[in-house]
Each structure stands twice: as C-alpha cells, then as structure tokens.
Design a protein around this ligand. Sequence first.
Ligand SMILES: *Cc1c(COP(=O)(O)O)cnc(C)c1O
Length: 375
Amino acid sequence: MIQMVDLKGQYEKIKEEIDAAVLDVVSSTAFINGPSVKQFQANLEHYLGVKHVIPCANGTDALQVSLMALGLEPGDEVLVPAFTYVATMEVIALLGLNPVMVDVDESTFNTTADIVEAAITPNTRAIVPVHLFGQSCDMEPIMEVARKHRLFVIEDNAQAIGADYTMPDGSTKKAGTVGNVGCTSFFPAKNLGCYGDGGAIFTDDDELAARLRMVVNHGQSEQYYHDVVGVNSRLDSIQAAVLDVKLKYLDQYAAARNRVAETYDEAFENIEEITTPVRERTSTHVFHQYTLKVGGEQRDALKAFLNGKGIPANIYYPLPLYDQKAYSKYVDSGFTLPATERLCRQVLSLPIHTEMTDEIQAVIIDGVNEYFAVR
Ligand SMILES: *Cc1c(COP(=O)(O)O)cnc(C)c1O
C-alpha cells in the first residue's frame, strides 16, 4: 500500500533507540516534566540556535500561547494568510482578536512583505507568517515592515522545522527563529513528529520566554500563585523522549525528502499542465509536502485517477479560510484573494516521506504520466 507518509517504516529503522527511550520514561514513571523534557528542550535550543524553547502540548497551543503571552487584546488586528491550515486562524478567532486575511505569493505559497504591508491599518498589532509546505517565508523584509509599524511577528513553523533561512548578510538562521516568536508542531506526520501530540515555542527574548512559560503553566509564577490567565499545555515525557531520538535524524530526514522532491521535479519537467514546487530564494526546503500546481482544470480528475489506482494524493488546502463557514464572518461578502483562489483550485500534494523507495516513487510517477498520456 502506498501512503502519504510511512511512519511505520521510519520507526522500524530506529526501533531499538526509540523503544529504549520510551521504556526508560515508563520505568522511571516521570511522565510529566521528566528529565527527557528538559533534555529535548536543551537539544532543540542547540539545534535551532535559539535561547529558549518552551515545549507545549501541540502546535495549535503554541500559536495560542504566543498570542496570549504577547498581550494581544480583543479587537487587535492580526494578519494571517488565507491559504494555510486552519489552526493558524483558529487561535486568533478564539482569543477574540481580529484576523485580517492576506494573500500569498502564487509561486512559493508563502506570504510576502509587500502583501502584509498593504493590509496594515492603525489597529494592526501582529503578523503570523506561515512557512508553508517546508520553506521559510522571506522573513527579513517582513521583519522590516514589522519594525516600521511596531508589529509582533509570530512564525508558524509547523511545516518547516529544520529549514535554513538566509539573512541579507549571507548568514543563516533556522526557520522560525527570525521573528519575535516561532511555533511548531510535533504531530506524527510533521517533519519532526512524535508518537502522539506535541508542540514547541521558540524565542530569543528572555522576558517573553518567562511569560510563555507562565502561560503554558496556568499563568503560574510560583506554585499556586497565578499572575495571568493561562492554559495547561505540556509536552509529556514519553513524547519528549521520542523527539530527542528523532531530532538527531532531522537533517538526514530533510535530505531524504529533498531527494524524493528532485526525482519528482525531473519526472514532471515536460508535462505542460504541471508546475513543480518553486523554491524560495532565501530558504532551503524541507518538503513537508511536495505540492504541484495542476493547470487546465485537470487537478480534480488527476487526483481521482491517482486515488483510483491506490496512489494517495491530497489537496492542501481545498478552501480559502474566508470561504470556511466558521471564518467567513471576518470578511465582507464577495471578499476574495486571487492567488489563494487559484491555488485552492490547482494544488495537489503527492506522497513524500523519509522512507520512499525508487520502486514506489516510480509507481506514483507512472500514474501521473499515464493520466496525461491517456487524457
Ligand atoms: C499542523 C499545523 C498546525 C497545528 O499543529 P497541531 O500540533 O496539529 O496542533 C498549525 N499550523 C500549521 C501550518 C500546521 O501545519
């Protein structure tokens, strides 16, 4: 069976290490805030080159807690791309903030400094760039806009952990560490996935880190003293132990995903209706998804054809957020963003993961070729 992601195959290769790490937690019974959490936190801080990692329960919480710790208040406008996973939007709405949906660049799927700057009003307080499908937005121009207008920048890095962003001076920073705060998810299918739910927040700002730590822990400054309204959001010790093993392989995993992507790129080079993923100039790609644009109104038929042959292919995302029932109330009727509209009609993501074999990839490629040959 061909799968979008092969978690089982990946586990088999590191089974001994994982099993030992998990059993270690179980036999210690330090299920909450055990030593594995501290150890993973330190190793992730080192890997990302960031001063503070605050582990939490999932990527959605990471975003919510960040908005809370920054002191955003009801009515504050937050700029968010309409072409993203719903979680980015959801937390803004949940906190009573005012989401202002912006477009993305049609070639990279990421939002840009020009796009966000055009949407700024006197009520704008924050920007949430999403590093979609595995590469960082061009952050420095976005930071310039943010500095000019005194806005917070919260990076949604759930899909791009491990990508390198190139700063204007040529040095590199890890994706998610350029803004005021970065958020990620350790959902199993993410590039750094645990065996359940998990997430983390990163920042270089000491004061903000202290507030983030308070918010994830019931707003507590010392035990049973609660200074602010918080939440209960923890990464459990078993998940931290799994992640600490997998972090060592993250760069290898990204390299494997890039090999798969390059093979697809070459295979589809001459199919007129297909546009293969365009790389950001200022970021490496870790290919959380390998996403084609399929022209000529062929996307849905191609998807059905592949699925009919047992080849998974998914649409991330089928509907602009402003067309979702829950979020249409945040825009005027008739509101539309042209790139987002076209992408929702054209994108199709093919299987990509760390365990892809040449044989399986050939079946997927043959499926695509066959569709365009027989059409
Ligand atoms: C997965 C994801 C999230 C949410 O992460 P969870 O751990 O599932 O809560 C947020 N934003 C983006 C872009 C994601 O892909």
